[in-house]
Design a binder for this molecule. Sequence first.
Ligand SMILES: Cc1ncc(COP(=O)(O)O)c(C=O)c1O
Ligand SMILES: Nc1c(O)cccc1C(=O)C[C@H](N)C(=O)O
Length: 426
Amino acid sequence: MSQSSPLTKTYAQQLDAQDELASYREEFYLLSSLYLDGNSLGLMSKRAEKSVMDMMQAWKELGVEGWTTGNHPWFFFSEKLGEMSAALVGASAEEVIVTGSTTINLHQLAATFYHPVGKRTKVVATELDFPTDIYALQSQMKLHGLDPEEHLVRVASRDGRLIEEEDIIDAMTDEVALLVLPTVLYRSGQLLDIERLTAAAHERGILIGFDGCHSVGAIPHSFSKWGVDFAYWCNYKYVNAGPGSVGSLYVNRKHFGRTPGLAGWFSSKKDKQFDMDHTLDACESAGAYQIGTPHMLSLAPLLGSLEMFQEVSVEKLRTKSLGLTRFMMDLIDVELADMGFTIANPQQDERRGGHVSLEHDEAIRICKALKEAGIIPDFRAPNIIRLAPVAFYTTYTEVWESVQILKTIMLEKSYEKFENKREVVA
Ligand SMILES: Cc1ncc(COP(=O)(O)O)c(C=O)c1O
Ligand SMILES: Nc1c(O)cccc1C(=O)C[C@H](N)C(=O)O
């Protein structure tokens, strides 16, 4: 698809008719509103619902025996889900474990991989990072007795939207011990060149880890092949596993055997755990970075969600996602020209994540008007409307409709009746 594609509803309908993923839309509970917020919380699928109900049934019927019996013994469930997730990030089964949450996993990985020694004390992040990553890194530094003002380097953005890879590489000095970067920036949707950054970090003897929240399930990765040291992500966005579902982490196998910074009895080798020994014998896989009892009820939906990713490769999802965001951007360029909008995400396929990031001075009020008109976007301060068409359940026709509705809102100025103040959860 390119700028020369016809930007009509009929063309959108043709694209939907040819879409080989079309049947997956029926797998989801669609809302009465047109949903464009799957990059914050993915919709519920019938399979995720079923796997939660199955887990409840297993608890009801098996009691404590559920740890080792039933269709999916709970004691091995985090490993099983890790194995099912591995293809999403280009890793082997043992390199991924479903555990903790994004923030907890960053704490675990920073506690494991950040060892300031001599001159190498600094951590490099960016000034456009999601706040939780910065807070976690700051607190990890303080635990080492270091001042984050001095030791946490946040690479500056040249335009407030994007971070240039060259600028990150320039920050890789011999004082840096670790880089922690987003795969995709949560506001502008910029996809960083993970392979290039990893190679550059390793040439300089620096470890590198990624926050994959805004890419996993939407964009293929080859973490093992690229040699990424570690990564962590949530499963409630493009993986559609529900609010507060358990997160995931990846550790490259070259690091297997590293002592977990935050140990607990679930770090243990599985067959040793119930020896109850006071000397930890940590397992030789990503499983070592688990801490305590898995949150089974929040792991359960992942089984159903990940089944769909076993059937549809993330490469296929990415192809459709790029088609949807391209179509949306082309429509925006034509239909919303001269209305004060700027597309803030990169245009190129290899630099663009899963959502379109639209800037406007009236972004807050426009988001409210969109919700009133039956479209769910989200707002990110100070001026961004994020629109995420999701390959599993968004159609090209919906993309077409959403831009038409946005155009009507702008022409009728219906956003003006709303207060220019964000909601508590925007
Ligand atoms: C890039 C990024 N990191 C982390 C988080 C959140 O972390 P947690 O799942 O621990 O709340 C989000 C979204 O909430 C995010 O977009
Ligand atoms: N994690 C969230 C939450 O607990 C409440 C509301 C929204 C979220 C989100 O995921 C926000 C999302 N990470 C973002 O990119 O802004």
